[in-house]
Write a protein that binds this ligand. Structure first.
Ligand code: CA
Length: 656
């Protein structure tokens, strides 16, 4: 096959700018379009089922301009399955699912033709998406569909456990403690971010009762949903209907849904649908012509190639509109080129500017694309309207993720103060901080900083503390956990919480034979394919650690109720936020003040109490170490208890 040497020129001459690739209906006819400029033949295969030998027919497609292949059936095709076969150099045909398929059969082998609107649940059109004016107003909760409800302690109906449908069940309890949907409402999060729910590869959907697990970062079909989360993976309609029910239920409860998208690589490489459709176009190649591996997963896609960029945009617009999504989290966003990322933001803005968009500003390996073109975190100013995970505040709070024994601010690192202060202001320049932590000062506006200290990757915060702070008492480690939460939830920017983090989630594992048994081997650091015994959320832990849960809940409420914790611009932060003098790098206090309110926050990581002189004013304790408030006014020098955060509030207006 002809080799492309100049992709830009190739795209100028061959790219197709229609948005009708895949299947569309036109006046009672069914139109199929595929793009593959170097193919010598393309065939449409129709089937009765999602797998097996039940072909209806194979028909050759007609070649049009710009590498477009076309055929129309003279009837409104529905409820049938299809694939394309691409032939190159007039030789072997490669059969594959259409990369533009919006529904598919078992294990994503064949596309399925259906009008998705017919699968809207009752009330779909009249249920609005929740309003979120700024990323700073959001509190995101990251959930894996299976982890959320698979454990019997979820109280979810056994047929719904581990599936989309679990998110629609109201009133679930473990003893008297709320679980699942009711838990989300009680905690007060604004958005749920689901780990991949598009069709991924490594769970065999035909074996629903086999013990299988994956996070889902192994993309197969970007526009289709994962079958193993539905009640019947053989029925292409079930997963669509049930996911729409999930979205609608969360929307009814005021909670937005964010999809985790993994456009940066494909699970298969030579065998991927993209490579079969047009070899060596959709992936990046090294100078030796071999697939590059910037994802660490065997390949990386080429967002700078126009037809992959358009694929991504088309896919995101489809998902946002068809499923009424409220945002996207981009896996390894550092592999996408900056231009593509900015175009996506523009396109999402046309649809709804309030859609959240953020991602990981790093890669999983080295990319051949020039580093100044990639959406790396250190290029953040070039795509300032897109959020980035704040690994600086994460590591400053709990210690580096790659050495489990590394300690952080909450566990005794007395050199983390500067990074913590930088995180608290939203990782923007702030007049009091100078240039002491310049490499952590990367956000264009606080809206760009996604503040967190636990996600699905690496040890949970509680497991990390059980390793690096093992010499402390359990009571002290609970205090460290709460202090960590106060730091990233009260920081300027957008807080991000991992499912179960709010009740000390752990990922316990059995050490393998011959492995030493210690604090590191007893917990799972990378649980991407670990069984439920590691990954499932056990809701009894919420009952057992209820004080931690109420503390997280109090922090979220505090944030919601005080606009000063949600400042949107660096100018506002510069005007309203001021650090108080403590004469100690690690004992941190700041005030947030406008005409109506003054808030003072203090963070004491020491095992001894510290004293803080409050500014003039009639303050009340708004949050103590139990997450409670106090009705009695307080002033002058106040005690900040060991390993804790305190928040004081003065409502100026009330006195007038
Ligand atoms: Ca799948």
């Amino acid at each position: 096959m002809l080799k492309i040497t100049d992709y830009e020129r190739f795209d100028r001459e061959n790219a197709y700018d229609g948005d009708d690739l895949g299947v569309t209906y036109r006046e009672g006819r069914t139109v199929f379009k595929a793009w593959s400029p170097l193919a010598t033949g393309v065939y449409l295969n129709l089937y009765l089922d999602g797998d097996g030998s039940n072909m209806i027919e194979t028909v050759p497609m007609e070649r049009l301009d710009k590498g477009l292949w076309y055929i129309e059936l003279m009837y409104h095709a529905e409820d049938i399955f299809y694939t394309f076969s691409f032939e190159f150099d007039n030789r072997t045909r490669q059969e594959t699912i259409d990369i533009y398929s919006r529904a598919c059969g078992i294990n994503g082998q064949r596309g399925y033709i259906i009008d998705l609107k017919k699968l809207n649940p009752k009330g779909w059109d009249t249920t609005p998406r929740p309003v979120c004016q700024s990323p700073c107003d959001a509190v995101v909760y990251e959930c894996h569909v299976r982890d959320f409800s698979i454990d019997p302690t979820s109280g979810v109906d056994i047929d719904r456990r581990g599936r989309f449908a679990a998110f629609t069940e109201e009133g679930t309890r473990y003893h008297n403690v709320t679980t699942c949907l009711d838990h989300l409402k009680e905690l007060g999060v604004t958005h749920v971010q689901l780990l991949p729910v598009f069709d991924y590869a490594s769970v065999d959907e035909s074996k629903p009762y086999k013990a299988q697990y994956n996070w889902g970062y192994d993309p197969l079909n970007y526009n289709c949903l994962e079958g193993s989360y539905s009640s019947d993976a053989f029925d292409p309609k079930a997963r669509i209907r049930e996911f729409k029910e999930l979205v609608m239920t969360l929307h009814k409860n005021g909670i937005g849904v964010i999809m985790d998208v993994v456009y940066n690589h494909t699970y298969f490489t030579e065998k991927s649908a993209f490579h079969k459709t047009f070899p060596f176009y959709y992936h990046r190649l090294n100078s030796d012509g071999k697939f590059s591996n910037g994802s660490g997963c065997g390949n990386e896609t080429a967002s700078e190639h126009l037809m992959y960029r358009r694929f991504m945009i088309n896919s995101l617009k489809f998902l946002a509109t068809e499923y009424k999504l409220d945002g996207f989290r981009f896996d390894l966003m550092g592999l996408h080129d900056i231009e593509t990322v900015n175009i996506i933001r523009d396109e999402l803005n046309k649809f709804d500017p309030s859609l959240l968009m953020y991602g990981e500003g790093w890669t999983g390996g080295e990319s051949p694309l020039r580093s100044d073109r990639l959406a790396y975190k250190w290029n953040s100013y070039s795509f300032g309207r897109v959020g980035l995970f704040n690994d600086n505040i994460r590591d400053a709070i709990k210690g580096g993720t790659f050495n489990p024994y590394d300690i952080g601010y909450v566990s005794g690192n007395r050199n983390a103060g500067a990074l913590i202060r930088r995180g608290l202001v939203g990782s923007i320049p702030h007049w009091q901080l100078g240039n002491d932590a310049q490499d952590a000062c990367w956000a264009f506006e606080p809206e760009q900083a996604v503040n967190y200290c636990e996600a699905h990757d690496n040890n949970t915060l509680w497991d990390k503390l059980s390793i690096c702070a093992k010499h402390f008492s359990r009571e002290d480690r609970v205090k460290m956990d709460k202090l960590a939460a106060a730091l990233f939830i009260l920081a300027q920017g957008m807080p991000f919480i991992h499912l179960g983090q709010d009740f000390l989630r752990s990922k316990p594992r059995k050490p393998k034979e011959g492995e030493p048994i210690n604090e590191v081997t007893k917990v799972c650091e990378n649980s991407y394919n670990a069984p439920d015994s590691v990954n499932a959320v056990r809701w009894n832990e919420k009952a057992e650690n209820f004080d931690v849960f109420t503390y997280y809940k109090a922090l979220i409420r505090l944030r919601h109720n005080n606009r000063l914790f949600r400042l949107r611009t660096k100018d506002e932060v510069g005007t309203h936020m001021r650090f108080l003098e403590t004469h100690d790098n690690s004992f941190i206090a700041f005030k947030l003040e406008d005409d109506e309110t003054c808030l003072v926050c203090a963070f004491n990581p020491y095992s001894e109490q510290r004293y803080l002189l409050l500014p003039e004013g009639r303050f009340f304790t708004r949050l103590n170490e139990q997450g409670k408030m106090n009705k009695f006014p307080i002033g002058g020098e106040v005690v900040i208890p060991p390993i804790s955060a305190m928040v004081y509030k003065w409502k100026k207006r009330r006195e007038q």
